[in-house]
Design a protein around this ligand. Sequence first.
Ligand SMILES: [Zn+2]
Ligand SMILES: [Zn+2]
Length: 334
Amino acid sequence: MENQIRENIAARRWVIFAPGRKDRPNDWGKKPSKRADLPAHKADCPFCPGNEAKLPGIILEKPAPAGDDKPWQTRVVPNKFPALVSAGDNTRTEAGLYVTMSGYGQHEVVIESPRHDRDIAQMSPAAVSVLIETYHQRYVDLMRAHNNMMTIIFRNHGERAGTSLIHPHSQIVVTGIVPRYVRWREEEAERYFDQWGRCVYCDILAFELQQQKRIVIENGAFVAFVPFAAEAPFELWIMPKRHQADFGSITDADKDDLAHVLQETMGLLSSKLNDPDYNYVINSAARYKAGEPQLHWYLQIQPRLTTQAGFEIGSGMRINPSLPEEDAAFLRAE
Ligand SMILES: [Zn+2]
Ligand SMILES: [Zn+2]
């Protein structure tokens, strides 16, 4: 069966069906669980240099800095087991009572380093800057295509976070639809803007900076903090101080500041929480919303320290056993 998107018409939620993803390779059966025990290069890893024959292609490659002995710094490649594929379009089809569309979209992998064992926490800020630049370049290019409505950049770290390969990588999924969850976030921000005439995220940031209780790291252009209503222990938001709806609008100078905050944040999580599994995602504006005064992009990190269970499925409400102020203080402590 080809990839398909179906709508749950009762809740107006789209679900992606990608049967080919069942065949993904999995590193975890044979894992050395500690990052320190990983080799710098692994002979059968498709993302390690020299194994290009295992890749479906190379979309983009960033060269290593001068003087480095590595052939490249980051690579973007097509996902071999894509959730969405660029064949097809956004046409909806009625299927009796239900609605379906083709599995249109794009799915890419960002190989973050030629080193098998070098995660963001161990990278130099300069290397993380190249990673941010890679994200940005693909983001801008992908959002140019007429059918592309959302570009989601995310990273799954560890088995509980859903990654199948250990080699440090992120993913980019482009969808031809704006999911209801994103619409709902947009609508709430719009409501706030209509009432107060201000961006709710800018207001949150100003209040957090004044309170300082939940701030973990701050530099010139970015702040990392535990949100007041964090949904999971040690959830963190890294947010630009400047109002900006779209990740595509980030300036070159700000990319370096983001790289520093991201690298430091990952370093803190790794050292203080013993390299926890986590997901991060860049929440950015949908196409055609890039210049909105009420939307504000941010990078959201959720460590996988607890499991969602029955109550969460039934209510859509999360139970967080950990207080944001205490989490922030723990991460800040020397
Ligand atoms: Zn590798
Ligand atoms: Zn704002």
